[in-house]
Design a protein around this ligand. Structure first.
Ligand code: 2RA
Length: 341
């Protein structure tokens, strides 16, 4: 008999994807508890042939729960994550609340599984394991296999981020605005302060004194923590683009030793969770639509950085589903790791 599992934030885009992924991967839960805010509690959900009542999240929700998957925003994670861990639950948290805490592993199972090796299911001590930010997961899924072969000294990332990263309401607003604009109407702007359809804009997070926004600083800081390398130089520009649910990223890498594009392509072809789409003759490279609702992160445009001498630099283009590998799949894979003795 498997673990008892709770899903916190079950009615959100990621919460719903948690259920989808648990089902598709036949996760062996013994029991399932669906938790949401007071506003969403009371709904009924049918899942894997069983009827569930969505319960309101309270301090007492976690008694007897082995694993809790959280995706209900940072404030809910901050309030209930430690409470659940104190009751012996292992929390896998998709929010940014604990990602940079020293005692909290920040994990991409294909990249740094050892970071969570000390956390054991069934021990009376609970724990919190943090799911990295989606743009970080997608970036590091593609770059870590190369980094393991030739150490990355510097990484420059430009992201093209989907509406789903701002939640289900943002996806709905993009669709609504697109219809409105095509009908010659004023676009409805509730989630974003400006027109999103047929437009793009700097990521909708706060700007720090250094001029970077929060999304960019997540990429910088989370990369250093996950690679356990405080010296790697990372810079990023994060942009919101009118795409539904998959992020795209243009990444420039500088290595400490030569890495030719042929070797890089072979490394990536043999990397778990990666599919190489790099067909120059057909001009076929990763696209958000092609990776949407899929597990793998797609990598293409693999080429030597022409601005670098020798083969010390590479440019690549990466796409990954933000709700899946960028959030729900990665979290469920962390939960699966807990099942492995
Ligand atoms: C975004 N990374 O895409 C965020 C979602 N967590 O806005």
């Amino acid at each position: 008999d498997g673990p008892s599992v709770a899903v916190v934030g079950v009615t959100g885009a990621v919460g719903q994807e948690f259920l989808k992924v648990l089902k598709e991967r036949d996760f062996p839960y013994r029991s399932l508890k669906l938790l949401a805010s007071k506003r969403s509690a009371g709904k009924h959900m049918t899942f894997e042939g069983r009827e569930y009542l969505v319960e309101e999240l309270t301090d007492d929700s976690f008694g007897g729960i082995d694993i809790a998957l959280f995706s209900a925003g940072g404030s809910i994670s901050k309030k209930f994550g430690p409470l659940a861990a104190a009751q012996g639950t292992i929390v896998v948290d998709n929010s940014s609340a604990f990602r940079m805490d020293d005692g909290v592993p920040l994990v991409i199972p294909e990249v740094n599984p050892d970071a969570m090796a000390h956390i054991k299911l069934g021990s009376k001590n609970g724990a919190i394991i943090a799911n990295p930010n989606c743009s970080t997961i997608i970036c590091l899924m593609a770059t870590t296999p190369l980094h393991r072969h030739a150490k990355v000294k510097r990484m420059v990332v430009s992201t093209y981020q989907a509406a789903s990263g701002a939640g289900a309401a943002a996806m709905a607003e993009l669709e609504q605005q697109t219809r409105e604009v095509l009908e010659g109407k004023e676009p409805t702007c509730n989630i974003f302060t400006q027109q999103y359809a047929f437009n793009l804009f700097s990521h909708n997070t706060k700007i720090f004194p250094n001029g970077y926004n929060e999304e960019e600083m997540k990429l910088v800081k989370e990369t250093r923590k996950i690679w356990n390398d405080q010296d790697v130089r990372v810079t990023a520009t994060c942009v919101r683009v009118p795409v539904m649910r998959a992020h795209a990223e243009s990444i420039n890498l500088e290595f400490d030793k030569p890495l030719d594009e042929g070797t890089a392509r072979e490394i990536l072809k043999n990397s778990n969770g990666i599919v190489v789409i790099d067909d120059r003759a057909a001009n076929h490279f990763p696209t958000p639509l092609e990776v949407s609702n899929k597990d793998d992160v797609a990598v293409g445009r693999i080429r030597q950085d022409a601005s670098q001498n020798g083969n010390y630099g590479l440019d690549i283009f990466v796409c990954g589903d933000q709700i899946r590998k960028g959030a729900a799949l990665n979290a469920v894979q962390i939960a699966e790791k807990l099942l492995q003795e």
